[in-house]
Design a binder for this molecule. Structure first.
Ligand SMILES: C[C@@](CO)(OP(=O)(O)O)[C@H](O)COP(=O)(O)OP(=O)(O)OC[C@H]1O[C@@H](n2ccc(N)nc2=O)[C@H](O)[C@@H]1O
Ligand SMILES: Nc1ncnc2c1ncn2[C@@H]1O[C@H](COP(=O)(O)OP(=O)(O)O)[C@@H](O)[C@H]1O
Length: 286
């Protein structure tokens, strides 16, 4: 059965340029995918039920973004009188590899992969733009995963302009912490007044993440990891964390940094790390 890739993203830079009336924030961010992916499978059923064969611990199936995305697409098909197969039931399998609450966008990516896959399985023929509009109602990060190319994003992260950037190797580090996106965006000390710049200015300046100072303050282990690894390679937080990434010159460089990291922390610190390569084209479409 076909395996659908559901990649992680990194925010190579992330600036918050203001708070909006709808309580979201305007961002300027540079998204790149990495070849670290969850794997999803969609098998047809002889009925009209949508079920999850692989529940995720602590996430109720009805809150799982793959179920939410399936039901959203189904509802769209019904209200727009699109032709669905007579028996459109689906069983979804998730082979979860991406850490949850790590700023890698795994939940949003799973939602995006589900919309793209079921659009094909049910032969609904929705365009990428239609799927992106639907996906945005599930989360600000869903459109980039449907778009499928590295992009400079503005608005809440959904106004996208394709960019080609070097496809570097990364060491991605996951401390034993899950950070809720809302908790960071709500924090009174979050820097949310960075001046808006154009993409050329942003690409020619050093890359930063406005969430990083407050996350480092709230989580000393993250501060410690960034301080340590910054002596070896450019190191930053992705999204609202908790994952940290180091930009490496090569796979060998990334492996060397991983050894260095493992020597600095104890197994009881429960830090995991991944070697991953940046990709301008999403593994979903490769
Ligand atoms: C910050 C980013 C950067 O890529 O990534 P993560 O760290 O979550 O991966 C994203 O913008 C997250 O996108 P996503 O995780 O889909 O967020 P949503 O579910 O839409 O929003 C969760 C909550 O975060 C806040 N939020 C999110 C996005 C945004 N531009 N402004 C906000 O203020 C809002 O309070 C919202 O209710
Ligand atoms: N299929 C899914 N995979 C991961 N997280 C999911 C999923 N469905 C729902 N969620 C919820 O989405 C939230 C965000 O998860 P995720 O996208 O992995 O992290 P982040 O937003 O930090 O990048 C989690 O708190 C989790 O409870």
């Amino acid at each position: 059965m076909k395996i659908w890739q559901s990649p992680a993203k990194l925010n190579l830079f992330l600036y918050i340029t203001g708070k909006r009336a709808d309580n979201y924030h305007n961002l300027q961010t540079l998204f790149q995918f990495v070849d670290l992916c969850d794997e999803l499978q969609f098998s047809r059923r002889q009925d009209n039920r949508i079920t999850l064969a692989t529940p995720i611990k602590d996430i109720d199936d009805n809150n799982n973004l793959v179920i939410k995305a399936s039901k959203l697409l189904l509802e769209y098909a019904h209200t727009h009188h699109l032709t669905l197969p007579e028996q459109y039931g689906i069983t979804i399998h998730i082979n979860k590899k991406l850490p949850i609450g790590g700023g890698l966008g795994g939940g949003s990516s799973n939602a995006a992969t589900t919309l793209v896959a079921l659009n094909e399985v049910w032969q609904l023929h929705l365009s990428v733009n239609q799927l992106m509009t639907l996906g945005k109602s599930l989360g600000a990060d869903v459109p980039i995963f449907i778009y499928g190319h590295s992009a400079f994003a503005q608005g809440i992260g959904d106004l996208l302009k394709s960019v080609a950037i070097p496809e570097k190797w990364f060491l991605i580090i996951k401390p034993n912490i899950e950070i809720s996106t809302v908790s960071i965006f709500k924090h009174p000390e979050l820097k949310r007044d960075t001046v808006t710049r154009d993409i050329d200015q942003l690409l020619n300046n050093s890359f930063e993440n406005d969430c990083e100072p407050i996350v480092r303050k709230l989580y000393p282990i993250i501060d410690r990891i960034i301080t340590l690894l910054s002596t070896k390679a450019p190191t930053r937080l992705t999204g609202t964390g908790s994952c940290i990434f180091c930009e490496c010159e090569s796979l060998q460089h990334a492996q060397k940094l991983q050894l260095f990291l493992n020597n600095q922390f104890l197994p009881t610190d429960n830090i995991t790390s991944f070697l991953a390569k940046g990709c301008n084209k999403s593994p979903l479409y490769q």
